[in-house]
Design a protein around this ligand. Structure first.
Ligand code: ATP
Ligand code: MG
Length: 229
């Protein structure tokens, strides 16, 4: 059997927004294996974003355990969390989150520059990723001169440039048309298979379910079913 990369057990997370308490995670349990493309699906508000925020050490939780790449998140120090994410995790969001004043290639190189990689080496790696996502000719374009689908491909290149073991995508295709969504998923799947990474895709978009190796269904802060595709 394949190696477990993420193991979450009985995670509880309650938000305290003013008077109102929201029980976002109510005993969430899930194992995620190396090299799989897991889709996390479920109705709006069921806790998907909260769950991936817990797994990526972006959000503290009340109880339970969450081991990611052999490290227990709940006992990690804050400064270690930042370094852990920087080294191991790539993020892709619905709203591409590119920096508008930087060109495509500069956006992609950014995670490397932040990690202390020399400018020239970062540029070379960024160029390679830009070509891998089929945008070799757009290196110097600013995000507002790119289509939504192209911006998302830049965001994918940026998420993958430091070769993270884990890639988390929260609604990566929701603001894209059908064709761009398919292109984005095919790229994500191909590149992650080549690099042996693990991909978690949070989505409402049933047009991309076909790309999943496994579907995890969430309801009211719990995983209620896991299905191998
Ligand atoms: N920062 C916050 N403060 C208070 N409540 C929050 C916060 N973030 C999320 N919630 C609440 O927690 C619950 C789970 O939210 P979450 O964003 O995880 O859902 P989701 O499954 O990602 O939904 P969607 O599909 O709409 O993105 C919701 O009821 C939401 O209103
Ligand atoms: Mg969400």
């Amino acid at each position: 059997m394949s190696e477990v990369i993420i193991s979450c057990k009985d995670i509880v997370k309650t938000y305290n927004a003013g008077e109102a308490e929201v029980k976002a995670l109510q005993g969430t349990t899930l194992d995620i294996y190396k090299n799989e493309l897991l889709m996390l699906v479920g109705p709006s508000g069921c806790g998907k974003t909260t769950f991936v925020s817990v797994m990526t050490a972006l959000l503290r939780f009340d109880s339970g355990s969450c081991e990611v790449l052999g490290k227990e998140i709940s006992t990690m120090r804050d400064e270690d969390k930042t370094a852990f994410r920087g080294k191991n995790i790539g993020f892709v969001f619905q709203s591409f989150n590119l920096l508008p004043s930087l060109t495509a290639i500069e956006n992609i190189a950014l995670p490397l520059t932040i990690a202390g990689v020399k400018r020239q080496k970062a540029q070379v790696a960024a160029k390679e990723m830009l070509e891998a996502v089929g945008l070799g000719l757009k290196a110097d374009a600013k995000p507002n001169h790119l289509s939504g689908g192209q911006q998302q491909r830049v965001a994918i290149a940026r998420a993958l440039v430091h070769q993270p073991k884990l890639i988390i995508c929260d609604e990566p295709t929701s603001s894209l048309d059908h064709k761009s969504g398919q292109v984005v998923m095919e790229l994500l799947k191909k590149i992650t298979q080549e690099k042996g990474s693990t991909l978690i895709v949070v989505t409402h978009d049933n047009r991309i379910y076909q790309y999943a190796d496994k579907m995890a269904y969430m309801e009211d802060g719990k995983i209620v079913k896991v299905e191998v595709s």
